[in-house]
Design a protein around this ligand. Sequence first.
Ligand SMILES: [Zn+2]
Length: 405
Amino acid sequence: MKNILIVFFVIVIAFTSNVFSQFGQPHCGSQLDFEEMQRTDSARYRRFMDYEHLLQTQLLNSRSIPSGVITIPVVVHIVYNTNAPQENISSTQIDAQIQVLNEDFRRLNADAVKTPLGFRYVAADTEFEFKLATVDPNGNATTGITRTATSVNGFSQNNDVKFTSSGGHDTWDAQRYLNIWVCNLIDPVYPLTNILGYSTFPQDLATNPNLDGVVIKYTCFGVGGHTLSPYNKGRSTTHEVGHWLDLRHLWGDPPFVYNISCAYDDGVADTPPQYEPTYGCSVYPKKDPCTQMIYTGIMFMNYMDYTDDACKNLFTQGQKNRMRALFDDQNGLRRNMLGHCLTGPFWVNFANETVTSDSTVKSCGNIDVEDVSVTNNAKLKLEAPGKVTINHNFSVPVGSTLEIK
Ligand SMILES: [Zn+2]
């Protein structure tokens, strides 16, 4: 009887703290999605596990992943209620978010020095960069920002924000762009829940391309404006883009929140196992039931935990390898994103130049050439998917070449 009572109390405590976390603590919707998938959608979960097996094999063997910086074209869809102008956040705040993404993913964040020594050796420059698109899906110039006024007061995790027909904005081709929707994100079942954002995983791109992308609550997107402490340093977006690039939570998202057996993990070898999410700002080293024998304790300052923005500061080498495997040219789930001209200048005005050695002028849209001389047997190449217009005073003497692509 006594044992039965103890089991009963453990269940009650586990359930209660889950409900408390639903009410009081901030969280990421991708956790609920991943937990629920394991409980209710075995076919989808099998698809995730099949890719996981392939990925782990691929990480051990030879890969064909591009070296150097991978640039991700981004479109930010601002969806704001007509009666809530604060939701229509400024372009300055959007630029600040893009800058945070670039600093965090390139490990150029000023607080990188706060990574504890025990983890500093695994901290990584992931070599991802993010740029607002300059070319839209129709080939026209864009700021990479869409703005939609809506009568919807708040969007839940049901993806209505991703469709114009339900008061949001349609997805731009997810094979070519990272879509980020910024809106008033709410949980209609638990209205006091502080849901900061959620992301799709790349394993769902082929089956649900119109849902692919990241949704962020407007109070934690970017820096300044109407952002609210302690999620006012843009790290919620860093976290969600981490999911979009196939990263998991450090505690492995078991079906019922807690990693009781410590057997669940994030598929990354250089992050310690972890029992549960971490909130606030912890003190290093922090040990939990899964890290009693590990001197560093858990990696609560990793971007994929729930720690406050001010106390997160790293991705690891293992996370970097996992993210970049998405761009393997054989079976990377996001490999089709590479090679499109979407973030360069849309219009190049090439004027008043004398070209004396082989040169290339590139644009993702149009090129206007005016008052240019090509001399000294040089070759001038003009590359643009759009119009190339050659105006007056353009000279190419014998021996020099003009090549238009
Ligand atoms: Zn998350």
